[in-house]
Ligand binder design. Structure first.
Ligand SMILES: NC(=O)c1ccc[n+]([C@@H]2O[C@H](COP(=O)([O-])OP(=O)(O)OC[C@H]3O[C@@H](n4cnc5c(N)ncnc54)[C@H](OP(=O)(O)O)[C@@H]3O)[C@@H](O)[C@H]2O)c1
Length: 330
């Protein structure tokens, strides 16, 4: 059997099945942080819905996790639980709203509750591409379709007092610029600006949901996973730009593996009873999100703009708390 690529969880986690009976959904679960998180939560007993852009990748990733798990179990038969992993591969292309609705409907036919939704899938630093829905790709993939998923999953999350964890980035602070009329780079486009903005919007939406829905016992938290080296996100960035060099330095100084980032997600979820509002973790430490992300007026502008873009895809009978405030300009 092939040697696993990832750190063995039995070395970094106490054994236990504390998520037995829980349903986790992870976007972008075929590689990087999403893959490591799917593996970790399945090893803790959860059923993990591995949501991937391409179905075959989801199936292969589930198989790979099973074979790595089997290998680990043989090495640490005392430490690792023995039940079969519950991995359910599903496909969803976040650059298509039709694909998102198809996924959401299929999911709702099979599940009545959702305990944890990890919004992880993402792209970074690609040139300007407009999706089939007419949107800038970072904006739609990293932010808008995840936002749509939240709107539709509220009843299932409420059923289980669920948590939505958005894998954002410190880029929301250092690369973003909130500017009306330029949410999708209509006036000024930069591929790193587009990435930073999509991460900022993810955080703003998370804080808005939390503000609107805290009385419903659903929590929304955000995190920066650290500088995670064994992922595919920056593989296409090979030019010698300042940002490329900066990233290489950060990776060299304090890079971590995706299995460590997954462990941080695990620690964050274990702190559920202590969440306050506007929760932002820098790795597993509570941090302060940028001023823009916490600005309620700006949050409302983004919210109104997003709801308008999604008007043909919204859930029927949207809860009144989710409707935009009247007369918000965007
Ligand atoms: N790595 C870091 O240092 C770092 C730092 C800060 C934040 N983050 C954040 O961490 C998250 C995970 O990144 P990663 O580093 O693990 O990157 P990764 O290895 O490239 O994983 C990204 C995942 O997103 C999926 N994805 C991309 N486009 C998609 C689409 N249209 N529809 C559905 N899924 C799509 C990819 O699927 P395919 O394989 O099919 O393309 C892949 O599964 C991202 O949100 C990123 O912004 C990472």
């Amino acid at each position: 059997m092939e040697q696993p690529k990832l750190l063995r969880y039995s070395k970094i986690l106490k054994p236990g099945r504390e998520f037995s009976g829980k349903t986790f959904l992870v976007t972008g679960a075929n590689t990087g942080i999403g893959y490591a998180a799917a593996k970790l939560f399945a090893s803790k007993g959860a059923e993990v819905i591995m949501v991937c852009r391409i179905r075959v990748k989801a199936l292969l990733a589930a198989e790979q996790i099973r074979s790595e798990y089997e290998y680990e179990r043989r090495k640490d038969s005392d430490a690792m639980p023995t039940e079969d992993l519950k991995l359910t591969p599903m496909d969803l292309d976040l650059s298509s709203l039709d694909s998102a609705l198809t996924f959401i409907n299929k999911f709702k036919q099979n599940y009545t509750k959702l305990d944890v939704m990890i919004l992880n899938a993402g792209i970074a630093g690609v040139k300007k591409i407009i999706t089939g829905d007419g949107m800038e790709t970072h904006f739609q993939v990293n932010y808008l379709t995840h936002f749509l998923m939240c709107l539709h999953m509220i009843p299932l999350l409420e059923e289980s007092k669920g948590v939505v964890l958005s894998v954002s980035s410190e880029a929301h602070r250092v690369l973003a610029k909130f500017k009306l009329g330029n949410f999708q780079g209509e006036k000024t486009y930069g591929r790193f600006l587009a990435y930073g903005n999509s991460k900022l919007f993810q955080m703003m939406a998370s804080f808005s949901f939390e503000r609107r829905l805290s009385h419903r016992n659903i929590h929304f938290v955000t995190m920066h996973p650290g500088h995670v080296t064994d992922t595919a996100i920056g593989n296409h960035i090979t030019d010698m730009s300042i940002l490329y060099l900066l990233r290489q330095c950060l990776y060299a100084v304090d890079g971590i593996e995706s299995s460590v980032a997954a462990k941080d997600i695990y620690e964050i979820l274990r702190q559920k009873d202590e969440y306050k509002s506007e929760v932002y973790y820098n790795r597993r430490e509570l941090g302060e999100a940028s001023q823009d992300s916490r600005d309620v007026v700006k949050q409302e502008q983004l919210w109104s703009y997003s709801i308008k873009l999604l008007e043909n895809y919204l859930p029927v009978n949207m809860p009144p708390e989710l409707l935009p405030e009247m007369n918000t300009k965007y």
